[in-house]
Design a protein around this ligand. Sequence first.
Ligand code: SF4
Length: 138
Amino acid sequence: MHMKDCIKTKKISFKYHASKTSVLEAVFARGDRRLSKVLYKAWQKGCYFDSWDEHFYFDRWLEAMEECGLTVEFYANRHRELDEVFPWSHLDYGVSEAFLKREWKKAMNAETTKNCREQCAGCGANRLLERKGGKCVW
Ligand code: SF4
């Protein structure tokens, strides 16, 4: 609320939601297949209208996690090494993992990457487009 109170202009809109919702989003954004059991257990406990604040039961989600032998901290609050195999590592979405790691290191050093119109950064997305006969540079 402090941040919201600091905004004195109508040119800036400020949106937020409850931190507990964000924690759960972090868990599922980084989660693996073991969370399917958590989802099912939480559903059995009555968690099914979670986007409505009055129906969001964080404690039931925590119970479901615990009953599955999992923790929020493992998914949402730990440092990950760059050589960790992620749940989504087997997916090919065009952009290479090597590129993402390079970008992460650059971000940690406050370095920027030129936009694609200036210079290709070699993200790998061109492979997908070339298969369809297209190019990714505008
Ligand atoms: S030009 Fe294409 S391949 Fe190069 S960085 Fe941009 S999107 Fe990726």
